[in-house]
Design a protein around this ligand. Structure first.
Ligand SMILES: [Zn+2]
Ligand SMILES: [Zn+2]
Length: 118
C-alpha cells in the first residue's frame, strides 16, 4: 500500500486509479481494526490524510471523465498515532517518474519532470 501524495494532475490514469483504490482498501482495513503501522512507519502513507487525499483524487478522476461512485469518509485515527509520519512527496514524484513512463510523460508535458536528463 502506498499513498503517493503527489499532485494528481501529474499521475497517469493507472496510478491515479490505483492510489484511489488503495485508499478505499486502507480505509476498510483501518475500520476493521487492523493496523497499518508497517506502511505508515516507512512513510508510505499518512493515515490521517486519507479523507483529504481521497477528495483530491476523486476530483481529478471526475475531471478526466471517470464516474466516482464511492464516497469515502476519513477513518478514525487516534490523535496520538503516527505523530511523525509523513510521505516525502518530492521523493515519491521522482520515484513515480522513474518507474512509470506514462507518469513521466505527463510530468514532462506539464513541465515538472524531476529527473529530467536521467
Ligand atoms: Zn472513492
Ligand atoms: Zn503512472
Amino acid at each position: 500500500m502506498r499513498m503517493w501524495m503527489v499532485d494528481p494532475k501529474l499521475m497517469c490514469h493507472q496510478h491515479l486509479l490505483g492510489e484511489h483504490v488503495e485508499l478505499h482498501m486502507l480505509t476498510a482495513w483501518i475500520v476493521s481494526g487492523k493496523k497499518v503501522d508497517g506502511w505508515a512507519l516507512n512513510n508510505c502513507l499518512e493515515p490521517k490524510a486519507i479523507g483529504a487525499r481521497h477528495r483530491q483524487l476523486a476530483a481529478e478522476m471526475m475531471k478526466r471523465g471517470y464516474q466516482h461512485l464511492s464516497p469515502l469518509r476519513q477513518p478514525v485515527v487516534a490523535a496520538h498515532q503516527y505523530p511523525h509520519v509523513r510521505v516525502d512527496n518530492a521523493a515519491a514524484l521522482a520515484e513515480l517518474q522513474r518507474r512509470c513512463k506514462a507518469c513521466c510523460n505527463l510530468s514532462n508535458q506539464i513541465g515538472t519532470l524531476v529527473i529530467a536528463g536521467m
